[in-house]
Design a protein around this ligand. Sequence first.
Ligand code: BG6
Ligand code: MG
Length: 220
Amino acid sequence: MAPTIEAVIFDLDGVITDTAEYHYLAWKQLGEDLDIPFDREFNETLKGVSRMDSLERILALGGKQDAFSEDEKLALAAKKNEHYVTLIQHISEQDLLPGITAFLDEIRNAGLKIGMASASKNALMVVEALKVRHYFDDIVDAATVAQSKPHPEVFLRAAEALDVEPSRCIGVEDATAGITAIHAAGMYAVGVGPESALHEADYRVDSTDLLSLEQILASR
Ligand code: BG6
Ligand code: MG
C-alpha cells in the first residue's frame, strides 16, 4: 500500500504565481543583448533551473560558453536579475494563479503540512508580495541549496525541514527539471502544465484551477 501522504511541497515560479513568464522575459532580454535569441520551447529547458545554470545553457545555445570570464558571467546574471526584479516590482495577491489559495486551504484543512522548494533567490520576496507566507510551514530556496533541479536536493531539504519522509510527500511543479527532481527525491510528482513538458509526472493538470487534493490522493 502507498504510504499516507503527510505533506505537499510546492515549487513557486509557475505554480503559485506566473513569475515563470517574467523569468522568461528577463532571460529573453538578456539573450537578445547577447545576440542569442531563443523561443519558448528552449525556455522549457530553463524552467526550474538556477540562475547561473540557466545562463550557462543560454551561452551554450549561442556557442558562447567560453566567451566570458566568471566575473563577466556573474555580471550577466546580475543584469538578468535586474530585468526580473523590475518586472515583478508590482506583483501582489492579484498575481496568485487561479485556484491556488483554495488548493492551499484544502491541504491545510486536511491536516497536511505545506512546504516550498524553490530554485529562486527571490522566492521569499515573491511569497511576501503575494501575501501567502502564512500558508507555508517551511520554505527552502536557492540561498541554502548547492545543487540545482533536476537534482533532488531542494525537495529533500524541504521534506527534512517539515520532518516528513520523502515517500509521504507530494511535490507540485510546472517544470520538466522539477518533475525529475521530485522523482529523484522519492516523492509523488504532480505536474501543472502541458503534457509535452510534464509527461513524466505521476498526475498532471493543465492549469492550477484544476488542482484538487482529493483527486490527487485518489490518483495514487
Ligand atoms: C526558478 C525558475 O524557480 O528559479 C527559473 O523556474 C529561475 O526560471 C530560477 O531561473 C532562479 O531564480 P532567481 O530568482 O534566483 O534568479
Ligand atoms: Mg517553476
